[in-house]
Design a protein around this ligand. Structure first.
Ligand code: ZN
Ligand code: ZN
Ligand code: FE
Length: 765
């Protein structure tokens, strides 16, 4: 007795081999019918015995392919039409509302072919299959079909067509497949942009071994690569890129090759080998600085990653002498490459081939590129390994974008435009929040263009019309004026969300937590509702409502934004507050403005008060002589943390005051540091331990006053592992539950999600 079911599957089900999977299931179960991609996911009509149909519905969930995420399977009976056989039919090109997959590293099956001289894709730089390879960065729109990717110009050869059409093949309906005959071609260009003859991989490796800097086209943009063990090459890269001290990420063939460089535990190895392939910040081995001179000076951790693309794999394969098979992948390989984003001057990553030669002139000695274009720019993701605990995101981009964050409530589409630094944008659709890849600091024209493109791209691929636009309170941010202009043009409301409210709300959003919380923002600077420079905040947050229940005692911010780049100014501010302004000039004789600082603070010239914890870190670092200036964002704080690693950390009891109005004053602690005669590492550890104890006591006091026992921890300072660990322990001890960022960074990269969540909650009130 034949029956029929019409089935819909939603989730990440396009571009992950879902239709071939359905086809195989249907054949296995002897069902007739068809499957296709549609606007909401995958649509199936199946005919056959009722029991087999039920088996199909059940197995759709249970056996879904590795890269798929099935959110829902719904089925309803329809009249059988007497169909013959089971077919994959063309996508309907109606309104699209499903997700594109993220870019993933080359899978093991493909690696097996890549290194097998008998395979037709031996050393093919564009090898991919249903389970791996580029997705988000090559897709113009949905549904996800080859015609809407940057592979559309490469017609499949007969052999590839056969694989594409063969349901039993791993490449059945894999959209970006190609082979050496029909696919994109690698080429190596010299500094002048002229093609270098010979094997591009071999020629690139030869140059890298010779100390050259080569721009290499990756998935979401170009990298600049050089031999990480060649200090001269590393110094040249720093000088040419005008990147004095900011740490550089390195790439090795496998975890074994990182022995002696980075401390790897099982969690780090799992992260390194994950399909997402982020840069993992792992503790540095003691001898690492000798072997990798100039890579991450003064820091306790090292950014490491393993190859993601076939091109990267081929360089290591070449260096190993083109071994056949996979055995070499488990053996330590000597080659270690610097792999840093090609983004001169803090501008967005270079993605275009002509653009690369134009913008990287004077930086790159050669260009390894190809003719598959990058449609969507996407930086490498960066995570911090946290020894057994969930890793923390520093930057969420390649490999993770555009995976959605599932929200606790549904509402009209919101566009949230983020803040100024580490900008991301976020668009909600029903109960999902889609956060863009890391866009960068909106302080240059190129980043502003990337920002506007990202808004447009997200709205296009999600096909939503925003009903509300959420933005930061700061009137001078480009994101804020963009929101106002777009809101006026579309005649839709805009909502300003306080910066630290957004930090806390981002954590609430990803935890799907809807009860009131004590929201703690340990941050740089964000504009407060009173116009002040907030950044060490204790808020009571209930969805769209926020009340400031406490903050750090303020320090003057001498010179405004300049103070963030010159931590000695914050040390000066602390000395002034301690009544020791006369010491400023003698402590910082190299700083020309030191002589006048006390007077400027006295007269209140460009010295707004700030409650920022980030600036307090700066003050501590400069008082201890760790860093007078920060050559990259948060350098002083990072060096201070690195110094504290491994030291025990005494708590200086009584080095803080908590006032009745909820103000936490850490000035006594800064005074202790100013007079410290201890080893810098012991003093740095004491600072961390005391700060965490003070924050813990402060938060516990607020919990007792309000009767709220759930605490959200947020803000950029939470990337400080020592602070975070100690603070979490203190809260546990106080019987409080702490919610921390997991799938989003604690820094401003998550602001857009928080803004969107506040806007959704505001709509419900
Ligand atoms: Zn594969
Ligand atoms: Zn082919
Ligand atoms: Fe912030």
């Amino acid at each position: 007795m034949s029956a029929a079911q019409h089935i819909r599957v939603s989730g990440i089900v396009q571009g992950v081999g879902f239709r071939p999977f359905v086809w195989r299931l249907a054949h296995d179960l002897h069902l007739a019918g068809w499957v296709r991609n549609d606007s909401r996911g995958v649509e199936i009509t199946a005919e056959g015995p009722q029991a087999q149909l039920y088996a199909l519905i059940e197995r759709l969930q249970r056996e879904a392919p590795p890269r798929a995420r099935v959110d829902a399977v719904t089925a309803h009976p329809v009249a059988p039409e007497g169909l013959d056989g089971f077919r994959i039919v063309e996508s309907t090109s109606t309104r699209c509302a499903t997700a594109i997959g993220a870019d993933t590293a080359v899978c093991t099956d493909c690696l097996g072919e890549l290194f097998d001289p008998l395979e037709r894709r031996w050393r093919h730089a564009f090898i991919t299959c249903t389970h791996c390879g580029p997705r988000y960065t090559i897709a113009h729109g949905l549904p996800y079909d080859r015609s809407r990717t940057s592979m559309s110009g490469f017609a499949l050869c007969a052999e590839c067509s056969r694989e594409y059409a063969d349901p039993s093949d791993r490449r059945f309906h894999a959209e970006p497949i190609a082979c050496p005959h029909c696919g994109p071609k690698l080429r190596l260009l010299d500094a002048a942009g002229l093609e270098i003859t010979g094997d591009p991989v071999a020629a690139t490796l030869e140059r890298l071994r010779g100390g050259a800097i080569v721009a290499i086209k990756g998935l979401g943009g170009y990298h600049l690569a050089c031999d990480a063990r060649n200090a001269t090459a590393v110094a040249a890269l720093r000088a040419r890129k005008d990147r004095e001290a900011k740490p550089l990420a390195i790439m090795a063939a496998n975890a074994a090759s990182l022995a002696g460089l980075a401390v790897l535990d099982a969690d780090v190895e799992r992260l390194l080998n994950s399909a997402e392939r982020p840069i993992v910040l792992a503790p540095k081995c003691s001898g690492a600085d000798r072997e990798l001179d100039g890579i991450a000076p003064g820091l306790a951790s090292l950014g490491v990653m393993l190859p993601t693309t076939p091109i990267q794999w081929l360089l290591f394969h070449e260096d190993a002498g083109r071994p056949a098979g996979l055995a070499w992948l488990t053996e330590a390989q000597p080659l270690v490459l610097v792999m840093t984003s090609a983004n001169p001057g803090g501008e967005p990553l270079v993605t275009g081939d002509a653009e690369a030669i134009e913008r990287l002139t004077g930086i790159a000695d050669a260009y390894l590129q190809h003719d598959r274009s990058i449609v969507v720019r996407c930086d490498d993701s960066v995570v911090i390994a946290r020894g057994g605990a969930a890793p923390a995101f520093v930057r969420r981009a390649r490999g993770y974008t555009p995976q959605a964050i599932r929200l606790a409530a549904s509402g009209p589409p919101v566009l949230a435009v983020g803040a100024l630094l580490k900008n991301t944008v976020c668009v909600t659709r029903a109960d999902e929040a889609f956060v863009s890849q890391h866009i960068g600091d909106l302080d240059n024209a190129a980043s502003l263009r990337f920002f506007e493109e990202s808004v447009q791209h997200l709205l296009t691929i999600l096909e939503v019309e925003p009903q509300v636009i959420a933005h930061d309170l700061h009137p001078d941010f480009h994101s804020t004026s963009f929101a106002a202009t777009l809101g006026a043009a579309r005649a839709i409301p805009t909502i300003g969300v306080q910066h630290h409210h957004a930090h806390v709300a981002a954590v609430l959003a990803e935890h799907r937590h809807r009860e009131p919380v004590i929201g703690v923002a340990l941050d740089g600077i964000g504009l407060g509702t009173d116009g002040g420079a907030w950044g060490g905040e204790l808020l009571v947050v209930d969805g769209a409502r926020m009340r400031r229940a406490g903050h750090l005692a303020t320090l003057p911010l001498p010179g405004g934004d300049r103070a963030a780049r010159e931590p000695w100014r914050m040390a000066g501010a602390a000395l002034y507050q301690l009544g020791r302004g006369a010491e400023i000039a003698t402590r910082f004789p190299r700083q020309r403005a030191a002589g006048q600082l006390a007077e400027l603070i006295e007269r209140g010239v460009r010295c707004p008060p700030t409650s920022s914890l980030g600036r307090l870190f700066d003050a501590a670092a400069a008082l201890l002589g760790v860093a007078e200036v920060s050559r990259f964002e948060a350098e002083a704080a990072m060096r201070l943390e690195s110094l504290a690693h491994g030291a025990r950390g005494e708590i200086a009891a009584g080095a803080w005051r908590i006032d009745a109005d909820g103000t936490l004053d850490l000035l006594p602690l800064l005074g202790l540091l100013a007079d410290s005669r201890a080893e810098p590492s012991a003093a740095a550890a004491l600072f961390h331990a005391t700060l965490a104890a003070a924050l813990g006591a402060w938060i516990a006091g607020a919990a007792a006053r309000t009767g709220i026992s759930t605490v959200v921890l947020s803000g950029g300072c939470l990337l400080n592992g020592i602070l975070r660990e100690r603070l979490e322990a203190a809260l546990r001890l106080a019987g409080l539950r702490a919610l921390c960022p997991i799938n989003l960074p604690p820094n401003d990269g998550a602001i857009s999600v928080g803004q969107a969540w506040v806007a959704l909650c505001a709509g419900e009130v």
